[in-house]
Design a binder for this molecule. Structure first.
Ligand code: MN
Length: 406
């Protein structure tokens, strides 16, 4: 039996507004606002050039439930290019672009199969080989049902079976409203591949068969770090190979700058500039936060002579507008806090308490925010990584406040 080759992408979030990017020069802000389209165009160009058998888009094509006209027009253009290259596309809508939103409809070309609100099968024939793709679109923003129960178990194993599902692993209560499933429930369907969407962090939940989150095509904020893109998949009945293709036009990241031995401001500027250069060589344009590490007392003295905003301003001036352009969103002198002053007993006991919180405690603590009807749409799920960030940030703040008083 021959193998098939396809592209798996999800979470395009076209026309994401990138709110809160204050200070970014206007033309750069425009580039950023175009970045979801730039990333999408890279995907389309790649597809037209490499001619996969089909393209799967597992939900959240649009960022908003109103699906901006511009986003719909650009998406349609992309689908037309695929159509002209005879590449079928199978798409579903997710929680961000659910069917219940208010949006003006654009017709999509005939190569595109759109899943409706019930789980259904789309059948493709690839070089005489039958491929069955199962999926559904969100009929409203929250899908609490275990939609996974509606997916049929695969029969006829001479065909390829692929499940498309926009949702999250069950067990995470904050995420229970997004078509929850367990890994064993997916495996029980006996499909050859699970094309997931919704979680923006690229990850493979299972190898054989592959259960895959490709992540989004373009990071949208400081917590969506690193290169983003899609997977090219080559699948046979006995093996699968996944190849990641980066599309992000602007990469969000957090860089550490070693301040070891730094005594003068110009040495610091050089150290930061080197870190930024090595970042842009690897990633191209970006938006980064710089964290100072290896800060000893001498360096801390230097930093304490000017306010943080001034250091940031001077650094931005020094770096200038080289291409590829890297915007420094923030600098943090985290190292300072680990100086000669050990965190007091009070800080330690509070930090220990935070450290001891279970996921339920976190949810309880944050319930006002996460249950806020209007606020919740601006929040992504609280990941373990974010919890770790909050912990580190809280401890640093406490240390700064308390040791400052002492
Ligand atoms: Mn999404």
């Amino acid at each position: 039996m021959s193998s098939i080759r396809f592209i798996h992408t999800a979470d395009l979030h076209l026309d994401s507004p990138f709110k809160g990017m204050t200070g970014l020069p206007v033309d750069r802000l425009n580039n950023l606002r175009d970045s979801t389209f730039t990333a999408f165009n890279k995907l389309i160009e790649h597809a037209v050039k490499t001619k996969p058998d089909f393209v799967l888009i597992a939900g959240d094509i649009y960022d908003g439930e109103d699906r901006s006209l511009r986003a719909q027009m650009k998406f349609r253009e992309g689908m037309r290019k695929l159509d002209a290259a005879s590449i079928p596309a199978v798409i579903s809508y997710g929680n961000h672009d659910h069917l219940d939103g208010r949006w003006t409809r654009f017709d999509l070309p005939p190569n595109v199969h759109v899943f409706n609100e019930n789980v259904e099968a789309a059948k493709l024939s690839v070089n005489g080989q039958e491929v069955v793709i199962y999926g559904f679109s969100y009929k409203e923003r929250h899908i609490r049902d275990k939609v996974i129960d509606w997916y049929p178990v695969a029969e006829h194993h001479d065909a390829f079976h692929i499940g498309m599902l926009h949702g999250s692993l069950a067990g995470d209560e904050t995420h229970a409203v997004y078509a929850p499933f367990t890994k064993s429930e997916l495996l029980a369907k006996q499909y050859d591949y699970w094309a997931l969407g919704h979680i923006h962090f690229r990850q493979q939940l299972h190898e054989e068969p592959p259960i895959v989150y490709p992540g989004n095509l373009q990071g949208r904020h400081r917590n969506e770090r690193g290169a983003k893109g899609f997977y090219e998949v080559e699948l046979s009945k006995t093996s699968a190979s996944l190849h990641f293709v980066a599309t992000s036009a602007i990469v969000f990241d957090r860089l550490e700058v070693s301040c070891s031995g730094i005594r003068h401001a110009n040495e610091w500027l050089t150290a930061c500039s080197e870190a930024l250069e090595s970042f842009s060589t690897r990633n191209g344009a970006g938006i980064v936060e710089l964290t100072m590490v290896d800060v000893d007392n001498g360096t801390a003295d230097l930093f304490s002579q000017s306010p943080e905003e001034e250091w940031l301003e001077v650094l931005r001036d020094y770096i200038g507008e080289n291409e590829p352009y890297v915007w420094i969103q923030k600098i943090a002198f985290a190292g300072q806090l680990n100086l000669s002053i050990a965190p007091g007993a009070l800080v330690q006991s509070v930090a220990d308490m935070i450290d001891g919180w279970t996921i339920d405690d976190w949810k309880d603590v944050l319930k006002d925010v996460y249950q806020h009807a209007r606020g919740v749409k601006y929040l992504d799920v609280l990941s373990e990584e974010e919890i770790a960030d909050v912990k580190a940030g809280a401890t640093a703040l406490l240390t700064a406040e308390i040791t400052g008083l002492e």
